[in-house]
Write a protein that binds this ligand. Structure first.
Ligand SMILES: [Mg+2]
Length: 196
């Protein structure tokens, strides 16, 4: 296999509970607290692996009317800048503002982008020519794992400080107790790929 034939891999990240502490509908910079280890992990992926880093986040707080797209965009641009400053730029941040029951007006949609559906990952694959079976995902919710599995992502890592038992219903995935642990799992995974 030549270099050009190799699948283009990516790391997919959930946002709340993976990049930042999940306080519920976080939409302000002063409420956004990065989880320790996220920049080290992102630097490994961006610099050592040279994989794109793609965030896929359900943001039904928009659809529910808790905050608007402008507030979301302001926070997201700031988050992009912080990753750039840390030497690990994010390639793209996809978000799904819809909710099938609690969305207001046009936001009340059972949208294919809302995890556990795989739409955001499939869109990223089209946009960036990414091989989903060659890629990895880190999420903190069972729905992240379900969405990644539905998209055909091969290596699924769940951050699980709590609710370890909840994994019963989920597709097979690796458990990490924190982002340092997730980084080690990702290093092992990428080592096993070799020249694949
Ligand atoms: Mg989450």
């Amino acid at each position: 296999m030549t270099l050009a034939d190799r699948p283009k891999r990516a790391l997919f990240l959930d946002r709340d509970g993976v990049i930042n502490v999940d306080r519920g509908y976080v939409h302000r910079i002063d409420h956004f607290e990065f989880i320790p280890g996220i920049f080290e992990l992102a630097r490994f992926v961006a610099i050592a692996l040279r994989w794109p880093i793609i965030v896929a986040t359900n943001q039904s707080g928009i659809g529910r009317g808790y905050f608007d797209e402008t507030a979301y965009d302001t926070l997201t641009q700031w988050m992009h800048e912080r990753f750039r400053q840390e030497g690990a730029p994010l390639t793209h941040v996809y978000h799904c503002p819809y909710h099938p029951l609690h969305g207001v007006g046009a936001y009340r949609v059972d949208h294919p982008w809302r995890k556990p559906r795989p739409g955001m990952f499939q869109q990223a694959a089209r946009d960036y020519g990414i091989s989903l079976p060659g890629s990895a995902l880190i999420g903190d919710a069972i729905t992240d794992i379900q969405a990644g599995d539905a998209a055909g992502i091969r290596f699924l890592i769940r951050l699980a400080q709590t609710d370890m038992a909840a994994a019963e219903q989920a597709p097979a995935h690796a458990l990490a107790v924190d982002l340092g642990d997730a980084l080690r799992l990702l290093q092992n995974f990428s080592n096993r790929l070799g020249g694949e």
